[in-house]
Design a protein around this ligand. Structure first.
Ligand SMILES: NC(=O)c1ccc[n+]([C@@H]2O[C@H](COP(=O)([O-])OP(=O)(O)OC[C@H]3O[C@@H](n4cnc5c(N)ncnc54)[C@H](O)[C@@H]3O)[C@@H](O)[C@H]2O)c1
Length: 348
């Protein structure tokens, strides 16, 4: 049955992929976004072109409670993705980061609570809420750091330890979302996401490293690696993430009040150096990145334990690293001009 749903941050990377999937299923999607992120106009244009009758755009800011409330009128579900997304930016401007991520989320929750019929909310949190993961056993190999052999990854019971203003603002929002279920019985679900990659991500040095590395290679615009390049993450293709989001919302009776770590899991761990090797092969010559100091608070390795999502709503990733990277590379090559424009014409 088709529904009317609100996607905050719907013109962003994940948001536009999600909005496209929802509209493709026949839902009417309200895209609420302030278009502050580079490339969002392009994503919006693409959505409107693809689904002229099913996508409605509201230009607004999640810090504006009234605007959020108005956008939430008459919707049957809210995917709350709008956010300040870069750790580096949060360090430069912690107040703005707090207002967008923490206060913005409270505004969304209040809009859902006041709406008739207790509108379900899915919130995109982050693995950064687990902080430095002290005590996690790490092994160092030639080209990557990994968790000890056989480790299923970091589960949802891991101690919360917010690092960086971004970690704090997202962590604060994460806990509000959970608490609105406890206190107001609002059906909410939290996804603590690892590294997501895929088409429509105009990754920059500050956020979206897989896309950033691939785009910089395709446009021949140079790369810097902060640290030794062995840091690794379990990466997840956006198509798999979107399927998880839709399934968790469809099964909100089971998922309400729950928190899920969502990523590629132990089978889809990738380091920066391993991605470089992949890119060398794609372009047929070795890349020569510049190396610089470690970034503050950069985790050596993060791998999500995704068993709870599998057990509770039957989700697991389908696209492995190789297939997922091939998919993104093809999108980048096919859209090089659009990407160059979206990145402000500074590439290549
Ligand atoms: N991409 C990842 O790997 C990843 C990992 C963990 C968590 N997340 C979370 O997922 C969500 C989506 O991330 P993304 O990668 O698509 O990032 P993105 O930057 O592409 O999308 C965020 C969107 O929010 C919009 N936005 C920013 N501030 C806003 C405001 N004040 N009001 C309204 N809209 C605003 C931006 O214009 C953008 O369209 C974010 O909340 C992010 O923290 C992403």
């Amino acid at each position: 049955m088709s529904q009317r749903v609100l996607v905050t941050g719907g013109a962003g990377f994940i948001g536009s992929n999600l909005a496209s999937a929802l509209a493709g299923h026949g839902d009417r999607v309200v895209v609420f976004d302030n278009l502050s992120r580079r490339g969002t106009e392009r994503n919006l244009e693409w959505l409107r072109r693809s689904f002229p009758t099913h996508v409605e755009f509201v230009r607004g800011d999640v810090r504006d409670a009234r605007a959020v409330e108005a956008a939430a009128q008459g919707v049957e579900g809210i995917f709350h993705l709008a956010g300040q997304v870069a750790v580096t930016t949060s360090v430069a401007n912690p107040r703005e980061d707090f207002e967008v991520n923490a206060l913005g989320t409270l505004n969304v929750l209040e809009a859902a609570r006041k709406a008739p019929g207790r509108v379900p909310v899915l919130f995109t949190s982050t693995n950064k809420v687990y902080g430095g993961l002290e005590g996690l056993q790490i092994v160092e190999r030639d080209r990557y750091y990994a968790l000890a052999d056989g480790s299923p990854g970091v589960d949802e019971a891991w101690l919360l330890d917010f690092h960086s203003p971004y970690g704090c603002s997202k962590g604060c929002a994460d806990q509000y979302v959970r608490d609105f279920y406890r206190i107001y019985h609002l059906p909410t679900v939290v996804f603590r996401m690892s590294c997501i990659y895929g088409p429509r991500q105009f990754g920059t040095e500050d956020q979206g490293w897989v896309a950033h590395f691939m785009i910089s290679t395709a446009l021949d615009s140079g790369l810097t690696i902060y640290g030794d390049g062995k840091q690794s993450r379990d990466i997840l293709h956006v198509e798999d993430l979107v399927r998880a989001m839709l399934t968790a919302m469809d099964r909100i009776d089971q998922t309400a009040g729950r928190i899920y770590n969502i990523g590629g899991g132990p089978e889809n761990r990738l380091s920066l150096l391993e991605l470089l090797t992949d890119l060398d092969a794609r372009i047929g010559r070795p890349l020569h990145p510049t190396f610089s100091d470690w970034r503050l608070g950069d985790q050596r390795v993060y791998v999500s334990d995704i068993r709870r999502a599998r057990a509770e709503f039957g989700w697991a990733p389908r696209l492995g690293v190789r297939e997922g990277l091939n998919h993104l590379w093809k999108w980048i090559v096919d859209h090089a001009d659009e990407i160059r424009t979206a990145r402000g014409g500074t590439e290549g």
